[in-house]
Design a protein around this ligand. Structure first.
Ligand code: SF4
Length: 599
């Protein structure tokens, strides 16, 4: 890879420099009006990073990879970090980063009419060939038009021209599930897993940009795997529902998600280590993708099926090199504790540095596993029973008995853990008040077993997600959610050492709306980016409520039907009905099972 690691910042290219060899683009007039304070701040951040990539931009496609939230949040995203490596791994591509500035910086940029710029070479976003958003969460959608406007780039794709503006694209978990709410801002989406797919995008862009109009470039790119160009599809509506999706002649329908299965599951890991993230100074490694257990609410589990595990030797090497770079290694995946050789991975490293896991499945917990993690420095054990009663856990296909959960708590107590975190949801399909009483009762029993340990309950409203069996289900009305959270609080209020954390309910409604909205949500997102969600919610409450609280019909066209993940809609519906009947479904049996359509 032609990379100059930790080299001094290169001088900025002269104004009006061609973005791709032989192609002349626009000038940026705001270079000298950068905020000195902001530049200083960014240089300080860069000085604390390990692994920053600086490449000579001459003759290369220039990509600005943007995380639509702050540096601290974005640098904690392994997906974002992986893309940074993948783009920079291409010979004819240079990839830099940009983030949503902190509040005071946004104010300064707006007041002084300054433009947002990249971290590595302090180049305005407007001067890049491609601005690529990596979007993990729906809550960040409002930051997309905000960042574009801060960069002097029109928010709507229809107002941008290839010769004046970068191509704007997005990928990541949230938009791969349902790209529609932000479709009007994007020239194209990358749907699915990017490993092995970046080269063809860069190669096509390298050969086409400058010679072709935007429509032609998009047309060429749309032939590549996982590429969705929203302007090539016309959505028809019947009131608030989607009545039809019509592709223009030649456009592929539906768009197949790209899957990184050629040559085995790659091992994404943190490219840049920094102390300024949520996972301060932690090297993250994805050891597993797609969960075999089929929990009916879980988008990450279904979206990335079939389940795939990194090779044991690669994981070991990854942990070793991670611990050489940082004091802590975080193993991540939709079902990390399902990794078949996990103890074998942990054993040699437990005394060499801290190894953390995103969360543990109750039925994977045993004394040896917890001891290895404790020895490796793990402070908090996180488990996710999700529901308080055995009945409701069958509905969501997370079929642990209360006794299994209590056994895992006994194991934690024996190992001497002082902090335990439990994830629960409120508002699940078929839930009754009594299920929330059971959350509190179960928590009290666990607290009793853990004695002096601190128990943290994360209790959040269930949000139905696309491409899960619960995608048709209505979000529970917020008054009932409030009441049920209240039951839990009331029952636990006198118990010391238990902390309850709940996301603000307004945020849950916004997330529920954006998860399943169609592309008409774009105008609302733009308005929210300028004035905040409060006013938008007030003005549009009936439309938003209809979207959030409506149960979808079996045959209804869903906005995300534009995407083909390989999952059969009929299978998901069957799973939904089985869930409501309290019937469980066994885990994946790769090689012998073909039921969901993915394998
Ligand atoms: S076909 Fe079977 S094994 Fe394959 S992803 Fe679907 S449920 Fe899992």
């Amino acid at each position: 890879m032609e990379v100059l690691e930790r080299e001094k910042l290169r001088p900025l290219p002269s104004q009006g420099q061609a973005r791709v060899p032989g192609k002349s683009f626009h000038l940026c007039k705001n270079r000298r009006s950068f905020s000195i304070r902001l530049k200083e701040k960014i240089r300080k951040l860069l000085s604390r990073e390990k692994g920053t990539v600086y490449k000579d931009p001459g003759g290369k496609v220039r990509v600005c990879l943007v995380y639509p939230n702050t540096y601290s949040v974005g640098m904690s995203s392994l997906g974002f970090q992986t893309l940074y490596s993948l783009f920079n791994g291409e010979r004819y591509c240079v990839c830099e980063r940009a983030f949503l500035p902190d509040k005071e910086d946004v104010r300064e940029l707006r007041e002084k009419n300054l433009k947002l710029f990249s971290l590595e070479s302090e180049t305005p976003l407007l001067e890049f060939d491609i601005v690529a958003f990596s979007v993990s969460f729906e809550e960040d959608y409002m930051n997309i038009p905000a960042i574009l406007e801060m960069s002097g780039i029109p928010a709507f794709s229809s107002l941008r021209r290839a010769r004046n503006h970068p191509l704007v694209m997005a990928g990541g978990c949230a938009v791969s599930l349902n790209p529609e709410p932000v479709a009007d801002f994007m020239d194209l989406f990358f749907i699915g897993e990017a490993e092995g797919r970046i080269a063809e995008i860069i190669e096509y862009f390298f050969s086409a940009a400058g010679n072709k109009e935007k429509e032609e470039i998009l047309e060429g790119l749309s032939r590549l795997a996982g590429i969705y160009v929203p302007s090539f599809y016309e959505f028809g509506y019947d009131g608030l529902r989607v009545a039809s999706i019509r592709p223009i002649p030649g456009a592929v329908f539906p768009v197949k998600r790209a899957r990184a299965d050629a040559g085995g599951f790659p091992l994404p890991r943190s490219a840049v280590i920094t102390p300024d993230t949520e996972f301060s100074g932690t090297s993250l490694i994805e050891i597993e993708r797609g969960c075999p257990r089929g929990c009916r609410f879980c988008a990450a589990g279904f979206m990335y099926l079939p389940p795939r595990w990194g090779k044991k030797e690669d994981v070991k090497k990854g942990v070793e090199s991670g611990l050489a770079l940082s004091a802590r290694v975080g193993l991540v995946g939709a079902a990390v504790s399902e990794y078949p050789d996990l103890k074998e991975i942990l054993r040699p490293f437990s005394s060499k540095g801290e190894i953390t896991l995103s969360s543990l499945r109750v039925d994977n917990i045993d004394y040896e596993m917890l001891s290895l993690l404790k020895e490796g420095g793990l402070r908090t054990v996180t488990v996710a029973p999700e529901a308080g009663s055995e009945r409701l856990r069958r509905v969501i296909n997370k079929d642990f008995s209360d006794e299994e959960i209590l056994d895992s708590a006994r194991c934690m107590a024996r190992c001497g853990f002082k902090r335990v975190k439990l994830y629960f949801m409120v508002g699940l399909p078929a839930e009754k008040d009594d299920d929330c009483v059971k959350i509190a009762e179960l928590s009290l029993k666990i607290k009793g077993i853990l004695k002096g340990a601190r128990l943290i309950l994360s209790v959040n409203p269930f949000v139905p997600k696309p491409f899960t069996p619960f995608q048709w289900h209505a979000f529970l009305d917020i008054k009932t959610v409030e009441k049920r959270c209240g039951i839990i609080r009331e029952m636990l209020k006198k118990e010391g050492g238990i902390e309850i954390k709940t996301m603000p309910l307004t945020n849950a409604i916004i997330q529920a709306y954006l998860s399943r909205a169609d592309r008409r949500a774009g105008n609302l997102i733009l308005e929210a980016s300028r004035k905040g969600w409060r006013g938008v919610l007030k003005k549009e409450i009936s439309n938003i409520s209809e979207c959030v609280y409506r149960e979808r019909g079996e045959d209804e066209i869903l906005p995300w039907d534009i995407v083909d993940t390989g999952l059969k809609k009929t299978y998901l519906w069957k799973e939904y009905r089985r869930g409501l009947e309290g019937k469980t479904t066994p885990p994946c049996d790769v090689g012998r099972c073909f039921r969901c359509g993915v394998c």
